[in-house]
Design a protein around this ligand. Structure first.
Ligand code: TXA
Ligand code: MG
Length: 332
């Protein structure tokens, strides 16, 4: 399949790109779209055959459910069937964080195809704040199922070029609107018994969520995997990755080409160094994380060394991904 990339930078380009994206969605095709977190691979969420194409392009196992992106708040009641007891909390959360990088896992409505929820009784929903995504989903006027636009288990794409590297030849269209702002996937929260269960850390932090109810951290839960984003093997570069506190105290194995994903150290002795944020800004670090990991992964290194970042606020979301990336290779 020939994969076309359409740029959506000027108003004129945007108008064309949005029309093309909607046309693809309407004919039951998949299309890669920018969101404020990472690039997503979208399809008509109410069309099971279209959603199956997402699983095929990503080689995603069918047990891993998709996030449904809504055209607006009013779609919550069409796609989910929330209990009256949790309505106030949901409203408070969506008023504060939508449109934006918060995904809520709620009881599903019957209209949602099984393939989207992997047969679960819940569905994950969010409203994207990205202007191009928002324009596409509002012109389409129906929910769009969209996981990250990478092959299963791989690093999420934060640019259109990354999407092409992952899915070129497998999908008809990529809309390029420049690098994603946040650079890491949305925070996923399930609501149960009035509590907020964090299934995946992301741009909306635990600190921000705490005022909406008591928090249960499910991100380290092993055993039953509720969100396969929880699988240790997620976000994995092909190159082995080692997580260290400081690269200054770390000795490179002789004869190995090592790269550094740096937080504090200058890393002079490394073959290739990428600094997450020279000013120590966690937002900048998050937006650089996947692109830099991908660059290091493509540099023919024997080992990527990643320095720990502070484990609070957005840093916890970064650390979560670095731990999974390192765990994946240690398990090999
Ligand atoms: O920022 C994002 O969330 C991006 C953009 C494209 O929106 N999407 C994204 O989707 O990261 P994906 O598929 O890569 O990750 C979605 C995660 C998966 O780990 C999936 O298991 C979980 O959401 N998920 C989806 N539905 C769920 C459900 N009903 N219960 C629990 N987890 C669910
Ligand atoms: Mg993903």
């Amino acid at each position: 399949m020939n994969t076309e990339t359409l740029r959506a930078f000027t108003d004129a380009q945007r108008a064309i790109a949005i029309r093309r994206a909607v046309a693809e969605l309407e004919r039951g095709e998949v299309v890669a779209l920018p969101t404020e977190t990472v690039y997503g691979l979208g399809a008509d969420a109410l069309n099971a055959d279209a959603c199956l194409k997402i699983f095929a392009a990503k080689e995603r196992p069918r047990f891993d459910p998709l996030i449904v992106h809504l055209p607006g708040h009013e779609f919550v009641d069409r796609i989910t069937s929330i209990q009256s007891s949790s309505r106030d909390t949901i409203q408070a959360l969506t008023r504060r964080f939508w449109p934006g990088p918060l995904t809520l896992v709620l009881p599903r409505a019957a209209i949602v195809p099984d393939v989207v929820t992997s047969g679960l009784e819940t569905v994950a929903v969010r409203v994207s704040a990205h202007p191009v995504f928002a324009a596409v989903v509002s012109a389409f006027a129906k929910p769009i199922a969209a996981p990250s636009a990478n092959r299963f288990g791989r690093i999420s794409p934060t640019t259109a070029a990354h999407v092409h590297e992952e899915l070129g030849g497998r999908i008809p269209l990529i809309i390029d609107a420049g690098p994603a702002t946040h650079g890491i996937e949305s925070t996923i929260v399930a609501l149960r018994e009035g509590k907020l269960f964090i299934l995946r850390r992301g741009p909306v932090t635990e600190e921000q969520l705490a005022e909406f109810g008591s928090i249960v951290d499910q991100t380290k839960a092993s055993g039953t995997v509720e969100a396969p984003g929880q699988l240790a093997s997620h976000y994995a570069p092909r190159t082995p990755l080692k997580l260290v506190d400081s690269a200054d105290d770390w000795e490179a194995p002789a004869g190995k080409r090592c790269g550094l994903l740096a937080w504090r150290s200058a890393g002079e002795e490394f073959a290739l160094v990428r600094h997450l944020s020279r000013s120590g800004d966690l937002r900048e670090a998050a937006s650089n994380l996947f692109g830099m990991l991908r660059e290091l992964d493509n540099a023919d290194l024997d080992l990527i060394v990643a320095e720990a970042v502070p484990d609070h606020d957005l840093g916890s979301a970064i650390m979560d991904r670095l731990r999974r990336a390192s765990a994946a290779r240690e398990a090999d």
